[in-house]
Design a protein around this ligand. Structure first.
Ligand SMILES: Cc1ncc(COP(=O)(O)O)c(C=O)c1O
Length: 388
C-alpha cells in the first residue's frame, strides 16, 4: 500500500516548477509522431527559433532547443564556451546555484565561489573586487542564477553587466534563467548576457524535457575554441543542421515542438510585458495579500489559505498577513515567481507541505538543503491567474 493516495479534487500544483500546463498546450501536444525530416517540422522549427528569441529579448542571439532539462542546459552553456581549468566566478545563494557550482567543478573548471547567506542575493561587492584585481583577465566567465528558486531571491543582472563594463572586463556572462525567463524582466541583449537558458517546465508552462539555450555572438565565437569535451550538447552540430535547413542533429520531440508553439502563442497573445506584470502582481499578492490590488483581484480564493490552520498562527491571505517572514531578506530581491516562507522554529516546514498535499491536494515546494524544515515554497509562475 502506498504511503499516499491522491485526495479528491484536482491537484493544485504550486511548486515552483514543474507548473500547471494550460489546456491549449496539452491539446496541441496530443498528436501523432511525425517524420522530422519531412518539410513540415523544419518549417515549424525555423519559426520557433525566431520566435523563441523574443522571450530572451534578443535579436542577435542564437537559440538551441535541446532535449534536456535545466541541468543539461547548464552543461550546454558551460561546455560550449569554456575550457577545462578556466576560471569562473560563481555565486552560491541557494540550492540551485550550489548545484550549478557543483556541475562547474565536476566539469573541471576553476570555480571561484562567492558565498552569501541563503536569503540574500549574489555578493556583487565581492564580484567588483575580483574584477578590479583581475588585471591579467583570468576570469573567463561570470555565472549567475537570475532567480534562486530555493530561496525566492532575484539577482540584479543589469548591475552585473554594469560592473563588467566598468572594468571593461571581457568575461562571458552566463545566466541561469530557469525560474525567471518568461516571467521576470529579462533582457539578453540590453544586459549583454552571453548565454541564457531555461527549461520548458517552468514559466513556459510546458512539460519537462526541453532545455532552451540562447547564445550571443560572443558566446558562439568562444565555442569555436572552447576545449571542454562535449558531444550531445555541441552547438556545432546544431549550427550545421541550421545551415542545411533541416535543423535537427537528432530526433526532436514532435509533441514538445507543437507544445512550444502554443505556449509561445499564449505568451505573445497576452504580451510578454503583460506576462511579466502579471507575475509581479501575483508575487506581490503572495507576499502582502490583496490590499494593493483591485477588488476583483483580491486573493480570497487562493488555495493555500486553509493550510495555515495546521500552523496555529493567525490566518489571512498572504505571507505578511500570516505574520510569517519571507526567506528573501531584501525587498528589491523579492522574487515574483517563487516565495520561500520561513516558518516559526517550532514547526517543521516539511510537515506543512505534507499536510497541504494530504488534506488539500495542494503541492507546495519543500525547503531544500540549508533551509530544509525551515521554509516552504509557493510557486507563482507560469500560466496562472489570481484564482488558479
Ligand atoms: C534556477 C534553477 N536552475 C536549474 C534547475 C534545474 O533544472 P532541472 O531540474 O530542469 O534540471 C532548477 C530546477 O528547479 C532551477 O530552479
Amino acid at each position: 500500500m502506498a504511503d499516499y493516495v491522491y485526495g479528491p479534487g484536482r491537484n493544485h500544483l504550486f511548486v515552483p516548477g514543474p507548473v500547471n500546463i494550460p489546456d491549449p498546450v496539452i491539446r496541441a501536444m496530443n498528436r501523432q509522431n511525425e517524420d522530422y525530416r519531412s518539410p513540415a517540422i523544419p518549417a515549424l522549427t525555423k519559426i520557433l527559433l525566431e520566435d523563441v528569441k523574443k522571450i530572451f529579448k534578443t535579436t542577435t542571439g542564437t537559440p538551441f532547443l535541446i532535449p534536456t532539462t535545466g541541468t543539461g542546459a547548464w552543461e550546454s552553456a558551460l561546455t560550449n564556451t569554456l575550457s577545462p581549468g578556466d576560471r569562473i566566478v560563481s555565486f552560491v545563494i541557494g540550492q540551485f546555484s550550489l548545484l550549478w557550482i557543483d556541475q562547474q567543478q565536476r566539469l573541471g573548471f576553476d570555480v571561484d565561489v562567492v558565498e552569501s547567506d541563503w536569503g540574500h542575493g549574489a555578493d556583487l561587492a565581492a564580484l567588483e573586487r575580483k574584477l578590479r584585481n583581475d588585471t591579467h583577465r583570468t576570469i573567463k566567465a561570470v555565472a549567475i542564477v537570475h532567480n534562486e528558486t530555493a530561496t525566492g531571491v532575484t539577482n540584479d543582472l543589469a548591475a552585473v553587466r554594469r560592473l563588467l563594463d566598468a572594468y571593461a572586463h571581457p568575461a562571458l556572462l552566463l545566466v541561469d534563467g530557469v525560474s525567471s525567463i518568461c516571467a521576470l524582466d529579462f533582457r539578453m541583449d540590453e544586459w549583454g548576457v552571453d548565454v541564457a537558458l531555461t527549461g520548458s517546465q517552468k514559466a513556459l508552462s510546458m512539460p519537462t524535457g526541453m532545455g532552451i539555450v540562447c547564445a550571443s555572438p560572443k558566446a558562439l565565437e568562444a565555442s569555436k575554441t572552447a576545449k571542454s569535451v562535449r558531444m550531445f550538447f555541441d552547438w556545432k552540430d546544431y549550427l550545421r543542421f541550421y545551415e542545411m535547413g533541416t535543423y535537427w542533429p537528432y530526433t526532436p520531440s514532435i509533441q514538445l515542438l507543437y507544445g512550444l508553439r502554443t505556449a509561445l502563442d499564449l505568451i505573445f497573445e497576452e504580451g510578454l510585458d503583460n506576462v511579466i506584470k502579471r507575475h509581479n502582481r501575483l508575487g506581490t499578492a503572495t507576499r502582502y495579500g490583496g490590499v494593493s490590488l483591485h477588488a476583483h483581484q483580491v486573493l480570497d480564493s487562493w488555495p493555500w489559505i486553509g493550510l495555515i490552520h495546521c500552523m496555529n498562527v493567525k490566518c489571512r491571505f498572504a505571507v505578511e498577513a500570516w505574520g510569517l517572514k519571507n526567506c528573501c531578506q531584501k525587498e528589491e530581491c523579492f522574487s515574483d515567481t517563487v516565495t520561500a516562507v520561513v516558518v516559526p522554529p517550532y514547526i517543521d516546514s516539511a510537515e506543512i507541505v505534507k499536510h497541504a498535499w494530504k488534506r488539500y491536494n495542494l503541492s507546495l515546494g519543500l525547503g531544500l538543503n540549508k533551509v530544509a524544515g525551515k521554509v516552504f515554497r509557493i510557486g507563482h509562475l507560469g500560466n496562472l491567474n489570481e484564482v488558479s
